[in-house]
Design a protein around this ligand. Sequence first.
Ligand code: ADP
Ligand code: ADP
Length: 229
Amino acid sequence: DHEITFEHVSFSYENGVSVLNDLSFTVEDGKTTALVGPSGSGKSTVISLISRFWDVDNGEIRMGNEKLRDIRPDALTEEITCVFQDVYLFNDTILNNIRMAKPSATMEEVTQASRLANCHEFIMQMENGYDTLVGEGGSTLSGGEKQRVSIARALLKDAPVVLLDESTSSLDVDNEKEINHALDHLMAEKTVVVIAHRLDTIINADQIIVLDEGSVREKGTHQELCRQQ
Ligand code: ADP
Ligand code: ADP
């Protein structure tokens, strides 16, 4: 069970400014929760706390029945994958960038994850025995391509919880369909918490949480939130 629960969570960075105030919500196991809200409302901080980049000042975060802080770091690393477009890409082939998620993976597993992430062109290149270099920080790839490589990696690693940040996604119209397809797979298979900027992601999410100054302003499905307007 990978339900994630925030119970009265408060958090400040070192400068002491309060960022999250008495924040409570539940991310259901196997479902997708979209975080939306103005810049500075605390979305990235929520993601950082789930990955235990920081720990809460007050309150508790649970995964299943366990307190997050009681889960061993190596166990937590196996449970959670982060999909951030601009990080963790290193200057090597796309194949090796995907395979780093699970070095022991068979070529079949790598190909399967790539196909589900809609990295068609990369698979074809691999089958023909060559591979694109991603460049430093992924400089030779478009935003959407980087995101798909990142999604392929998450699918290969096969952790049950995926934390996804769309906020830096460049508007990449050519890649829109491919990204939708790749995200559909993640959202169908995993417990997903996504900082959502794309309308498709927001509409398809099982729950939308609207943050404002570190508190939940509204939550519900897209339909429910539209009805309230
Ligand atoms: P976060 O809320 O995750 O910190 P920001 O709001 O700082 O993200 O924005 C991250 C990137 O997304 C920036 O490059 C910003 O220009 C872009 N961005 C933010 N809001 C929007 C929006 N509503 N539509 C399009 N791009 C946006
Ligand atoms: P969002 O993702 O919604 O844009 P963030 O979680 O990034 O919001 O930021 C929430 C608040 O915390 C903002 O006021 C931001 O300036 C502040 N903040 C974010 N990261 C840090 C940090 N590392 N140190 C100090 N303040 C930070």
